[in-house]
Design a protein around this ligand. Structure first.
Ligand code: G3P
Length: 218
């Protein structure tokens, strides 16, 4: 399973890249705003800076909600860097834009997916990635991981090439369970990835190794 980091923070992207654990980045307008990035040229420069840090795909989201606007924005984003994947919301105009981009060879990430029906439509339209938001489903007492499982079954039934990008990942067990189900990619915060590191027996074992070494070597 590929690991994408879900942030627009350059320091965190750099840290994850240096650890060698990420295969790409996802952003959204809220994450860009969180970093204080505003204005078209600053936004485009920021995406370029992200592409220079990581080797993999970088999702950059359109703001328009009409077909023409999405196409205009998406083409600018795709021209920016070969690693850019145009992120498009799951709305009717978005589906039309995904179909257009797919025919033009521009890669897309269909975002704000909350049902299998939506995931099926995105795959039919030729989305490169589909982003089901598991944490936000869990937030409303619905099983987010079950959605990943259901999409996996349907995509496998018909050999859809669209990759399942589990999004809105909040904690380490989301990551482990996504991998067990067979999500192609997960995107989450660095904190959730780093939490996979922790085990008390690792800490205890290391402390013992170092203490035993010190006894003989000072
Ligand atoms: O990038 C989309 C998604 O990962 C958002 O996550 O935590 O805001 O629900 P969250």
């Amino acid at each position: 399973m590929k690991f994408f980091i879900d942030t627009a923070n350059l320091d965190q992207i750099r840290e994850a890249q240096n650890l060698g654990i990420i295969d790409g980045v996802t952003t959204n307008p809220s994450l860009m705003a969180k970093e204080g990035i505003s204005g078209e040229s600053a936004i485009l420069d920021h995406y370029k800076a992200i592409c220079e840090i990581v080797d993999g795909d970088v999702s950059a989201e359109v703001i328009s909600t009409d077909f023409e606007g999405m196409v205009r924005e998406g083409e600018i984003l795709a021209d920016l860097h070969p690693q850019i994947v145009v992120k498009v919301p799951m709305i009717k105009e978005g589906l039309k834009a995904i179909t257009y981009f797919s025919q033009k060879g521009i890669r897309t990430n269909c975002t704000l997916i909350f049902s299998v029906g939506q995931a099926l439509l995105a795959a039919k339209a030729g989305a490169t990635y589909v982003s089901p938001f598991i944490g936000r489903l869990d937030d409303i007492s619905t099983d987010g991981l079950r959605l990943i499982e259901d999409i996996r079954n349907i995509y496998d039934n018909y050999d859809f090439e669209t990759e399942i990008l589990a999004a809105s990942v909040r904690h380490p067990m989301h990551i482990v369970e996504c991998a067990q189900i067979g999500a192609d990619v997960m995107t989450g915060p660095l904190s959730a990835m780093l939490a996979l590191l922790n085990h008390p027996l690792t800490d205890k074992g290391l402390a013992t190794f170092l203490a035993d070494h010190k006894k003989l070597n000072g």
